[in-house]
Design a binder for this molecule. Structure first.
Ligand SMILES: [Zn+2]
Ligand SMILES: [Zn+2]
Length: 363
């Protein structure tokens, strides 16, 4: 790849908590061994970006934000075999090494040694630089709020090129997390009753996943009537406003998809004895929830944490894209607004106001 030159890209850089992100021009080096250059086509704006900007999650400054995205492979480094130029790739925010013990158990989200660690390609390697040569990182190794990125081969997952890029982008985080929580973590069976608490991109994806596996009935809970309507289109059989949640007692499965202590505790209340609570939403760091231990043990309830929907990206992303193209997952209803990279700050503000529309940057 010696014939390739560094290119100039614009990216949204995180410069420290509670500061506006800045759109900067950066130099991007060509891909090296086992690396892939991707021209981003679309990137979703997710709460995990907002948590960083607002300081709820501690992350290093000097990093291009964005962890949900898809784009076209433009160039590959030496040794790359899984994608080639022209492929549509969904970017994964964990790039499993494939060699450690958790990877061997098919638990790549627990990889001991992922590429993209430290929000760089590897802790010591960044392909992005400022004009003065200072390295700039990429959030979770993918930094999808940049026009182009160089990512690890294991983070670039080829999917059917007929998948619209906005949909492909969402498969990389919200959809894999929600559908995966149903299928991989909770392992919901056909006919099981499911309650989904919180109807952002992840919660709506969980509703769609539950419908796809034949769960019944599916109850969706949120504070927003507009989101309850979306949940019906996603496949929910019944919807409840948050104040009516106690009507949902007795479900086989309850999935918490917000990341609030009070709804985590609610989920434990709602599930039937012997049922399974799956915690999907991520709270700010250091939050603690409580429950009645005696009752939980007596009732044989289970609580599971679901990171990235327990997904194996190379297996699950192409499958989800195929299910979308086959009409089994109505993912289009997740995309409520298309924006430009310069409009990111406004999108983050709207998220702070609790306006739940899913904004997708289209490059
Ligand atoms: Zn996300
Ligand atoms: Zn690993």
């Amino acid at each position: 790849m010696d014939d390739l030159q560094a290119v100039t890209v614009r990216g949204a850089v995180f410069n420290g908590p509670r500061q506006p992100v800045s759109i900067e021009e950066l130099a991007l080096d060509p891909p090296q061994r086992n690396e892939v250059l991707v021209r981003l086509a679309a990137a979703g704006v997710c709460h995990s970006d907002l948590h960083v900007v607002d300081g709820a999650w501690e992350r290093p400054a000097g990093v291009v934000l964005g962890h949900e995205g898809a784009g076209w492979v433009e160039a590959i480094g030496e040794g790359v075999t899984r994608v080639e130029p022209g492929d549509l790739a969904v970017l994964a925010w964990t790039a499993p090494c494939g060699r450690c013990v958790p990877c061997g158990r098919d638990e790549p989200w627990l990889c001991a040694n992922p590429d993209g660690g430290g929000h760089r390609l590897s802790p010591a390697v960044a392909r992005l630089h400022r004009a003065d040569g200072a390295p700039v990182g990429a959030y979770s190794g993918v930094g999808t709020f940049g026009e182009r990125q160089v990512v690890a081969e294991s983070a670039a997952i080829r999917v059917d090129a007929r998948t619209p890029p906005e949909i492909a982008a969402l498969i990389g985080c919200a959809v894999a997390t929600g559908v995966g929580a149903i299928r991989n973590t909770a392992r919901v069976d056909a006919g099981a009753s499911v309650v989904v608490v919180g109807l952002g991109g992840v919660g709506l994806s969980a509703v769609m996943g539950a419908a796809m596996v034949g769960a019944h009935p599916i109850t969706a809970i949120d504070t927003s009537p507009a989101k309850l309507e979306l949940a019906v289109r996603a496949g929910a059989h019944r919807t409840l406003l948050a104040g009516e949640a106690s009507q949902a007692t007795g479900a086989d499965h309850v999935l918490e998809c917000i990341g609030l202590v009070e709804t985590v505790e609610l989920a434990v209340e709602l599930v039937r004895p012997g049922g399974v609570v799956t915690l999907v939403g991520m709270t700010p760091q250091d939050q603690r929830a409580s429950f009645d231990v005696y009752r939980l043990v007596e009732d044989g309830k289970q609580i599971r944490g679901s990171n990235y929907g327990s997904s194996v990206p190379a297996r699950d992303f192409p499958q989800i894209a195929t299910e979308y193209l086959g009409g089994r997952l109505p993912l289009d209803l997740l995309v409520t607004d298309r924006i430009r990279l310069d409009e990111l700050d406004g999108a983050l503000d709207a998220m702070r106001r609790g306006d739940g529309a899913r904004r997708v940057i289209v490059y």
